[in-house]
Design a protein around this ligand. Structure first.
Ligand SMILES: N[C@@H](CCC(=O)N[C@@H](CS)C(=O)NCC(=O)O)C(=O)O
Length: 217
């Protein structure tokens, strides 16, 4: 397995999720190293001192340590579902900055004691950013009838937004198509495929072939 690219990942990280989804749909073989954010392996920090996941190390020695760059790398090799044709950079930028900003304050208000966060306001900001998507989801996904790049880049974060208060999201968010989009994502076989659990990577042990075999229909 040593000749394959190595992908450092943390299962629940939304950035790592989008990277795993692109690697899986592209069917590019890598070895997955599942880590803990509170105890990052030295081997990963040596490659990428900023200490965020995902980190991809190519056999050439090149290191890719931004999730969107990992997606682009995988899809440049194989893009069977034409995800790259459905990539709205401006929208992804907006969610990576503004949506993420408000999501963090909504989910983890106590981490920002100096800001006196109003959780309801933060939730409203996120909902306002989701509002324009409602009109774009007439066919189920942002680019049409199938998920593509933009869906995969955004949805791991919208999933977190739902998790912060599922009852409110499922019963009070007045964006039915957005709600259905998230629930569709959670049942999507490709999502379930990349959410498999793996034992932790420990000092050179426990690497896993990724993507895992597809479940037969
Ligand atoms: N811009 C980076 C952000 C990645 C990121 O922030 N990942 C989080 C986990 S969701 C992380 O690794 N944080 C470091 C930590 O919590 O120590 C990317 O797109 O890959």
């Amino acid at each position: 397995m040593t000749q394959l690219p190595q992908l450092y990942s943390f299962r629940r990280c939304p950035y790592a999720m989008r990277a795993r989804l692109a690697v899986a749909v592209a069917e590019v073989p890598v070895v997955l190293r599942e880590i803990l954010l509170r105890d990052k392996p030295q081997a990963m920090l040596a490659l990428s001192p900023k200490g965020t996941v995902p980190v991809l190390r190519l056999p050439s020695g090149e290191v890719i340590d931004e999730s969107r760059a990992v997606m682009d790398w995988a899809l440049a090799q194989n893009d069977p579902l034409h995800w790259l044709a459905n990539k709205d950079e401006a929208l992804i930028d907006l969610f990576d900055t503004d949506f993420k900003h408000h999501l963090d304050r909504y989910k983890y208000a106590t981490r920002y004691p100096e800001e006196a966060v109003d959780v309801g306001e933060q939730r409203d900001h996120c909902a306002q950013l989701l509002q324009p998507l409602e009109a774009r989801l007439t066919h189920g996904w942002l680019g049409g009838a199938a998920p593509a790049y933009t869906d995969v880049a955004l949805l791991p974060f919208v999933r977190q937004f739902r998790i912060a208060d599922k009852l409110w999201f499922d019963e009070h968010l007045d964006l039915p198509k957005v709600r259905a989009w998230v629930l569709r994502f959670l049942d999507w076989p490709s999502f379930l495929r990349v959410m498999q659990k793996y034992p932790l990577y420990l000092d050179g042990e426990q690497e896993h072939a990724f993507p895992p075999a597809q479940e037969s229909p």
